[in-house]
Design a protein around this ligand. Structure first.
Ligand code: SRM
Ligand code: SF4
Length: 671
């Protein structure tokens, strides 16, 4: 029996292995000859798109087949196009690569670049006939798209701050890079297909990495020389790693399959790493068995052993991850099903020794490094806010022009941040004024001139490119943030801000489940609402509403913000407040809340915090009109409001509206 099929036997002890077949994608990988086919053959065909099998393999090469969903016409072929994603460990983009991507976006793409939540760049809108030229140009400019997507280790994240005087930051970048190399696919397919066999001109990998790849610690390698670590079936699902430093949670470390935290001696020497495992955010609406999960601390590893431990974790997921059900295939489910202890025992068996105890860490902080900073070697770095990562030119804001001009004029490298922003670094102090002038001329605002709601928000691309979106995200969030700001102003929270994230579906690409307030697409113009994650992304949010039509935003949030204003402790953040009072209390408050539209004078119910009575106006009410309703009807209305998660007034309005409508109809049709 091969290791591949042995894995299915072990995955789920409750279901007989005979009825649990590997998923379709496993068979596609099996047939692909290490990621070559059918991509290589289909690329030669004069077609606009690939077949399903090729689409799956193409992902490993860093590209997704998409179509412009705005252009869908019934009965006509879709407007096929491709998204390309770079593999950029720690977000590093050398100047020549940036300029190439900028050019390619105009030559073959949709004239925009998109900085992603994992510190890569995406090009959208590339036609199949231009894919090869686009990928080849990226590789020739010291870039790569290999392994940016697919069932494989994805872009390895690290804090984007280019500090030169804080060794822990340098170690995080160095090891992010080395782990990315360690787990890069070794198959020659990429260079054969996109560069006609020409090998990339890339930086040499560290000898320790090359040696670690071949070392067989108790079964960590696969006996397939072409892919020593992965074997021909690669991973059961995507796999995500980050390396960070104590206190810096700019990388959202709790959301990753594996997170390493640099541990140094008091004089800044690298000692080893604390290790977390089992985070992951993807889920599916109405499928309770899928859920976001935050990573568990699993131990500490000395620097000399770090590659072997990473390989041991990879081997555990490779051999025991669920290859039969892709919804249950991420490593978080292995941790959830087995528990941390069993997981660590299995990892230790590949590692060859027990994992050492976790070392104490300070509190983590959310950091985005925007603005001007000294980098510690006399030079400066500048973090520039990119709204939802989209780099483009418009009449008001020539962001794309500004970045091109800065990189071109000063030959500056860039680091992409996990919050979809960019950092330009190695700036000489004498260049600062000129860089600033370019930004000002192009309308690019400094971090202090941006509403913090905007600065700390993220949205995924969703429509029109993402095939999985059920609601708008990137295109909708600016308007939604404006409305939330207006509402906060109205209720007297002008200075307030919190972390808001939005996605067009529950897959979680903008990491919504770690936001203080999140909108998760659940149908056209409709969002599931999540509240209560920690402001430093160390605690998950919870579902507050299953479905909120976006037109009901003010009705839904006004009472929540009023409650927050009235009942928060001094300085308490919105996410912490929601977590402390609990969602049931928020629902209760909302149900009792008297909006400006209807006051149920029949009600004597005291709201959850006892602060608002039917006789009190709300922050928005200038004119209040009273409608008296019976006590028993009010009680039913209130119960329904709690169930629906809507204010009583909203339900009362809907009921009255529906009654009046039927009355009108009856009057106009007397028969
Ligand atoms: Fe994602 C699928 C975009 C980060 C969870 N993601 C997709 C696809 C490729 C849609 C598809 O499969 O057809 C999206 C392409 C949209 C487009 O038009 O560009 C997409 N994901 C993105 C990006 C671009 C969002 C962004 O706003 O930047 C991010 C690219 C990161 C990168 O450079 O590698 C992106 N995706 C994430 C993250 C956040 C992270 O990694 O830190 C997550 C949640 C964390 C996690 O993986 O648990 C994430 N994306 C998913 C999932 C759900 C995975 C799961 O475990 O269930 C899918 C769907 C899937 O894999 O089946 C998905
Ligand atoms: Fe697409 Fe959903 Fe990811 Fe948004 S969260 S990019 S809609 S897969």
């Amino acid at each position: 029996m091969t290791l591949f099929f042995a894995a299915f036997l072990m995955v789920n002890t409750q279901t007989p292995a005979a009825v649990r077949k590997p998923s379709k994608v496993e068979a596609i990988k099996d047939r692909s000859n290490f990621l070559r086919e059918p991509v290589a053959s289909e690329l030669l065909l004069d077609t606009t798109h690939f077949t399903e099998d090729a689409i799956q393999i193409l992902k490993f090469h860093g590209s997704y087949q998409q179509d412009n969903r705005d252009n869908r016409v019934k009965g006509q072929e879709k407007d096929y196009q491709f998204m390309l994603r770079t593999r950029s460990p720690g977000g590093f983009i050398p100047p020549e690569l940036y300029l190439t991507l900028d050019r390619l976006s105009d030559e073959y793409g949709n004239h925009t670049l998109r900085a992603t939540t994992r510190q890569g760049f995406q090009l959208h809108g590339v036609l199949k006939k231009n894919l090869k030229a686009t990928i080849a140009a990226i590789v020739r400019s010291m870039g790569s798209t290999l392994g940016a997507c697919g069932d494989i280790n994805r872009n390895v994240m690290a804090p984007a701050a280019p500090f030169r005087n804080r060794p822990e930051y340098e170690y995080a970048r160095e090891y992010a890079n080395n782990i990315a190399d360690l787990l890069a696919p070794q198959s020659g397919a990429y260079y054969e297909i996109w560069l006609d066999g020409e090998k990339a001109i890339s930086a040499e990998e560290a000898p320790a990495v090359a040696a670690a790849r071949q070392r067989n610690g108790n079964g960590t390698i696969s006996h397939e020389p072409e892919e020593p670590i992965y074997g021909k079936h690669y991973m059961p699902r995507k796999f995500k790693i980050c390396v960070t430093v104590p206190g810096d949670n700019s990388v959202d470390l709790y959301s990753q399959d594996v997170s390493l935290v640099v541990i140094t001696t008091p004089d800044g020497e690298l000692e080893g790493f604390n290790v977390f495992a089992g985070g992951g955010l993807g889920r599916t609406h109405n499928k309770e068995e899928t859920f976001p999960r935050i990573a568990d601390p699993i131990g500490y590893v000395d620097k000399a052993d770090v590659y072997d431990l990473v390989k041991a974790i990879v081997a555990t997921q490779r051999d025991y991850g669920d290859r039969t059900d892709r919804r249950h295939a991420r490593m978080k489910y292995l941790l959830e099903d087995w528990g941390v202890e069993r997981f660590c025992d299995k990892v230790a068996s590949y590692f060859g020794k027990p994992i050492q105890p976790f070392k104490p860490l300070p509190e983590f902080e959310y950091l985005d490094f925007l603005g001007w900073h000294e980098q510690g070697d006399g030079k400066l770095f500048l973090g520039i806010s990119i709204h939802n990562g989209r780099i483009q030119d418009s009449e008001a804001l020539q962001l794309k022009t500004a970045l091109r001009e800065i990189v071109q004029t000063f030959n500056l490298p860039m680091l992409l941040t996990p919050s979809q922003d960019v950092i330009v670094y190695d700036i000489q102090p004498a260049q600062k004024t000129q860089v600033q002038q370019i930004l000002t001329r192009c309308g690019v605002k400094g971090e202090d001139a941006i509403d913090p709601l905007v600065r700390y928000s993220m949205a995924c691309p969703a429509l029109p490119t993402c095939g999985l979106a059920t609601a708008e995200s990137e295109r909708a969030i600016p308007g939604i943030l404006d409305r939330i700001r207006a509402l906060l102003n109205t209720v007297g929270l002008e200075q307030e801000h919190f972390i808001i994230r939005m996605t067009g579906c529950p897959n979680g690409c903008a990491r919504p489940y770690l936001a203080e307030l999140a909108f998760v697409g659940n149908g056209p113009d409709t969002y599931q609402i999540w509240l209560g994650a920690a402001p430093n992304q160390t605690r998950l949010a919870q579902v507050y509403l299953e479905k909120l039509h976006i037109s009901d935003l003010e009705t839904a949030f006004e009472p929540i913000f009023v409650y927050f204003k009235e009942a928060r402790t001094p300085g308490e953040r919105f996410g912490d407040f929601c977590d402390r009072v609990g969602l049931a209390s928020i629902h209760q408050y909302v149900a009792n809340y008297q909006s400006s539209e209807v006051s149920a004078a029949g009600s004597e119910t005291v709201p959850a915090n006892g602060n608002v009575s039917p006789d009190q106006g709300t922050a928005t009410s200038k004119i209040r009109r009273r409608v008296t309703i019976q006590e028993d009807i009010y009680a039913r209305l209130q119960a329904a409001a709690v169930r629906e998660g809507k204010p009583v007034s909203s339900l009362a309005n809907a009921a009255i509206e529906s009654y009046l409508h039927s009355l009108n109809q009856a009057n106009s049709n007397p028969d």
